[in-house]
Design a protein around this ligand. Structure first.
Ligand code: SF4
Length: 315
């Protein structure tokens, strides 16, 4: 995310921010919940970027992870279910100088918010969208979500989820004008932070799927991958996610040029292999805030137009 007004404001600001400056009340997620790890990484990113709290906004919908804005000392908007993206788009279009983040769960983004998700990708407005995917509706106590694996027992489908899970990466990579698509895991903090850094630096809509443990309801889903990094494949490239600290941790590495959309789609399609890295990035894609045509009205013009509209409905 890049904004000259924000850069200027930062350059004239002699305050120095530390992680603690972004820390809100104690997070009320379950012990061991992956959301804690994402929150820490986000606070680390904000400190690294010296983000001004008053110029930073976190928008969320409904779900466990959607409590995110409460736990940060920035501006925040805890919206309604599935509507985090239209809200954040509105914030960014009205106040382009703000640094905007969106935090959604799989129920929020991939189910009720799916239409907004597709169009937010196409609009490509400059913001960072985080999908914290724990494969379940945690807040409503283990209901099947669109990313719950087929056959996985839940409280709404105790005999096992009826349908094949949706693939958020593949869906995202199929949308016209998607410009940044990455996957990381909350249990690999260095990769998580490096991914957030790359997403934040991207000019356009950065979509990051974060594989997230929910020890309360889906503890078994990522348990093996956490214990055995050999089950995870890292996508590596000079233009990809750069996290040299974890190079030695993962044996399986696959070179992938993030400008290659066709290969990104092939890699994303295979859900049997957990892959972390940058699948696709193209900063040349048009951004809605730059391509939309807005009439240039002065304040007096706006008042005249409003008066005209009010007069039309006068009785
Ligand atoms: Fe986290 Fe799951 Fe607890 Fe929700 S139910 S706070 S996702 S561990």
């Amino acid at each position: 995310m890049s904004c000259s007004v924000l850069d200027l404001a930062r350059s004239e600001d002699d305050r120095e921010f530390h992680m603690g400056d972004y820390e809100g009340p104690v997070a009320r997620w379950c012990a061991g919940c992956g959301d804690h790890s994402v929150l820490t990484a986000v606070r680390r990113l904000l400190a690294e970027q010296q983000s001004q709290p008053e110029n930073t906004v976190f928008v969320s919908g409904i779900g466990c992870s959607s409590r995110f804005p409460h736990y940060l000392k920035t501006y925040g908007f805890h919206g309604i279910h599935g509507r985090a993206l239209p809200l954040s788009t509105g914030v960014k279009l009205a106040r382009p100088e703000l640094d905007v983040f969106v935090v959604m769960g799989d129920g929020d983004c991939v189910s009720i918010g799916a239409a907004h998700w597709i169009h937010a990708l196409r609009y490509n407005v400059d913001m960072v969208a985080l999908l914290l995917d724990n494969n379940i509706y945690g807040l409503t106590k283990k209901q099947t979500s669109p990313t719950t694996p087929q056959g996985y027992s839940t409280n709404t489908q105790p005999r096992g989820s009826y349908l094949p899970a949706m693939n958020p990466l593949e869906a995202t990579l199929g949308v016209t004008n998607a410009s940044f698509v990455a996957q990381t895991a909350e249990w690999v903090p260095a990769h998580l932070l490096a991914t957030l850094r790359a997403a934040h630096a991207h000019r356009g809509f950065s979509f990051v799927r974060i594989l997230q443990r929910c020890p309360h309801f889906t503890a078994d889903l990522y348990g093996e991958a956490v214990k055995n990094p050999g089950l995870v494949e890292l996508l590596v490239h000079d233009d990809g996610i750069l996290a040299p600290e974890i190079d030695a941790m993962f044996e399986k590495k696959r070179p992938h040029d993030p400008s290659d959309l066709d290969e990104a789609r092939v890699l994303a399609h295979d859900m049997d292999q957990i892959r972390l890295g940058l699948f696709f990035r193209d900063e040349s894609h048009p951004r809605y805030e730059e391509t939309r045509q807005l009439p240039h009205h002065t304040a007096a013009d706006k008042i005249r137009i409003l008066e005209h509209e009010f007069d039309r409905y006068a009785v």
